[in-house]
Structure formats: C-alpha cells, structure tokens
Write a protein that binds this ligand. Structure first.
Ligand code: URA
Length: 436
C-alpha cells in the first residue's frame, strides 16, 4: 500500500477502508510512513471521522504493533481505564478489590497528563515502589496476588507512542477516533477479557461537556467490543475532585483510609463498587452489576482487598507493612496551612482543572518532560460542591515545600472556587451507563 493514496482519500473527505487503516496503523510502528505523513493522517481523521469498522481496524493494528499479552489464569483478566481527573484514586481501591473477588488485574497505568493526576505518580509516593517490571515479573505478581499496577513497557503499542507524539505537536489530539484508538490500543494489548471505562465529565475532565463525554464513551465501548473485549462505560462526574485530596501522597493516604474502612470517602467507595460491579458482571463473576457491586463492597469491608493491596505493594518493592503503617511511610510537606475563602458562603462551582494545575505548580506534577515530582505536596480537606465555607471552615489545606509555594497555591485555590449564597444542584456521581 501507499500512504499517499490513503492521505489523498482523506483530503477528498473520503473514508479510508479498514484494510488501509490497518496498514497505516502498522506502518506507524515499522517506519514505513514519515512523521509528515503521520501528521497529515491525524489531521485528515480529525476532518473526516472514521466508520466504526475503520476505527476497530486502526485500533487493532496499533495494538498489534507491539507485544500483546496473553494469560492462562484460573479466572477472568480484567481492567479499568479512566479518562483522567483530579483526586481520582479509584485504581488503588478497585484493583485489589477485584483481585479479592477472583479476577486477575494487570493494571497498566499512566502518569499525570496536563492537570490530571496519574496512578503511577501516586504509587511512587510509597518508598521503594517501582512501576517498571518485566513481563515475566508482571505475570508472576498477577498470578500470585491477582493484581499489579505497573507502567507500560516500551514494547506496548509503539504505533501509539509515535502517533501520540505527532498529534501533540500538530494540534490533532482532540479527535474521538484518535483518542479511542490511542487508549484502546494500549489497554487491549494487556490481553483483557473485560474492560470498564470511567469517562469523566465536567470542569476537571478531558471532555468537559456531557455531549463530548457521551460520544467518547460510545466510541470506546463500540470499538473495544468490536475488538472482542466485553466492555461497558460509566460517565462519571468530575465537576468536583472525586475525593477531598489532590496530590500524590495525600491521595494515597485518603485511599488507604477507604481501603481499610478506617474513614470511608463516600464518592470513592461508590465509584469503586460501581465500576467493580460492572467488571464482575461482564466477566461472569457476578450475575448482575448490582450483585458485583455487593461483592466488591464485601471485599473492602472484610479487609480482603486491603490484604491484596499490601501484598502487591511489597511485591513491587514497597514496605511489607504498608497497610498498617502507611502514615509512617508517606512523605509529609514542610509547610501545611489552611486556605480560607475571601467571604463566607456555599461552594457553587469548582474549576477542577485549576485545582489540578495548582497541584502541578506546587511540584506535584510535571510542567515539562523529565521534571521530578514532589510526592508530598497538594491539597487536603477540600470543600465539595454545596458545602459551607467561612472563616471557620477553609476551602482546603495546602501542603507545600515552601511558604511562597503555599501562598501561590492558596491564591490559585481561591480562584478555583466560586462561592455563592445558595446551594447549587448537586450533579450525580454516575451520569450514565453506556453498554454495547
Ligand atoms: N489518553 C491517551 O492515552 N490517548 C489520547 O489520545 C488521549 C488520552
């Protein structure tokens, strides 16, 4: 095949055939197309959306451009993907709870992107934890413990690595087709039997409107199913941080309190059991999503999930006693102070993206490639939508490396909160469920 013919079709606003897209997906990794051709391809797809069959073909070719894991486990192999948000620590509670219910979870996770936090950055707040393991070790840990949260090796979906880098510099990230192929090529390379997608919507989401989030969720579910993986999606709220903390070690701390049932964060609990319930139902470990949710809740309440988490942390290089002694192991910031609102009132709106960016500027995320993260910084006790704030109830507490950084973050947090006189309508945690 010839890239020029495919690009000419896109120029004429004609859809390439699935076999042409399949060829292009492979050519991205083999080097048979240049960066200029990859950029023109991405721009063409932004202008001429693909058919469902075309999207499946491109996704499968990108998945197959690198290693595709296969498993021989006594239970189903499952995973969750979230489109990213602030204070979203569901992976920490969900992966071990699923493992305790008989699923096997090779959770290949990412780092923070833009204003959103990344599961690997959070876990690396735990001393000794390493997200980089060989495939052989990943198999061993998943086989023994049932779950491992790790990073993607260079050999997973190299076509996506190349195309993503090109999209990043050609203004072509925002295409539902390309986002779908990018996310799923990596997830499906983990050899899953079932997948649940947490598509966020609201001011802290990648997709900010209900319409865009719904379109992405439909595209992801149809493409994953077309590629042979049982999948459902929940569209969930990101118009406030999921939990009361934002920042790596701080989110681990709040996650540990929910995982051990010491002090449960309600929204984290509800989302964990809902997503887990979907996966248990999809993979045959529960009759319905509701029955699955009950099982996940049981695994959290009994301590079985916490026990899996502790073993996973130890297997990945962290302390052997983390669940009982997390307070001793997590780093603490030098400066911790409350941030009060300019005036008393009710939290009417939160610019969650601005909260996430404030964490990045504190040093909790990366402003450029290679930046070293400070795991101790961020916010805790964040007020939620509809909560009263005043000189007695702060917007939140900032954790910073210096007084100057704390002050800058306090200004940013005040700017992110709109305080009103009346309580706003509270959005539901789960807006919609998208099934094939
Ligand atoms: N996350 C991905 O992995 N790819 C995209 O294109 C967007 C978000």
């Amino acid at each position: 095949m010839d890239a020029r013919q495919i690009l000419s079709k896109l120029r004429r606003a004609e859809r390439p055939d699935p076999d042409e897209l399949s060829w292009f997906g492979g050519a991205l990794a083999s080097g048979a197309v240049s960066d200029a051709q990859a950029g023109a391809f991405a721009m063409g797809i932004c202008r001429t959306p693909l058919s469902e069959a075309g999207r499946v073909a491109l996704t499968l070719a990108m998945r197959d451009s690198g290693d595709v894991l296969d498993w021989d486990m006594p239970g189903p192999v499952v995973d969750k993907h979230s489109t990213g948000g602030v204070g979203d620590s569901v992976s920490l509670t969900l992966a071990p709870a699923l493992a305790a219910c008989g699923a096997y979870v090779p959770m290949i996770s990412g780092r923070g992107l833009g204003h959103t936090g990344g599961t690997l950055d959070k876990l690396e707040a735990i001393p000794g934890y390493t997200a980089e393991v060989s495939q052989a070790r990943l198999r061993e840990i998943v086989g023994d413990i049932g779950c491992a949260i790790v990073g993607a090796s260079q050999r997973i979906a190299p076509a996506d690595k190349r195309l993503y880098a090109v999209r990043d510099v050609t203004g072509t990230v925002e295409s539902i087709d390309l986002i779908t192929a990018s996310i799923l090529s990596k997830k499906l390379a983990a050899g899953l039997d079932a997948l649940v997608l947490d598509v966020k919507t609201g001011s802290g989401a990648f997709m900010k409107t209900a319409e865009d989030s719904r379109a992405l969720a439909h595209s992801l579910v149809a493409t994953a199913e077309g590629a042979g993986c049982r999948t459902t999606a929940l569209i969930t709220d990101m118009s406030q941080p999921l939990i009361g903390t934002a920042g790596n070690a701080l989110e681990i701390a709040e996650g540990m309190q929910t995982l051990t049932c010491e002090a449960v964060s309600e929204r984290l609990w509800d989302l964990t059991v809902a997503l887990g319930g979907e996966l248990l139902a999809l993979s045959g470990l529960a009759d319905t999503a509701e029955a699955g949710a009950d099982k996940i809740a049981g695994a959290l309440r009994s301590g079985a999930a916490a026990e899996r988490f502790e073993r996973m942390i130890a297997a990945l290089g962290g302390p052997a006693d983390f669940v009982g002694a997390w307070r001793r192991h997590l780093p603490e910031a030098a400066v911790v102070r409350d941030v009060f609102p300019a005036e008393a009132g009710v939290v009417a709106r939160i610019d969650v993206e601005a909260v996430g960016l404030a964490v990045v500027h504190l040093g909790g995320g990366r402003l450029r490639d290679g930046d070293v993260i400070d795991p101790s910084v961020g916010f805790s006790t964040l007020a939620g939508l509809g909560e009263m704030v005043s000189a007695g109830r702060p917007l939140g507490r900032v954790h910073a490396a210096s007084d100057a950084a704390a002050e800058a973050a306090a200004v940013a947090l005040r700017g992110a909160y709109l305080i009103g006189a009346a309580a706003p309508d509270l959005p539901p945690l789960i807006h919609e469920r998208i099934a094939p």
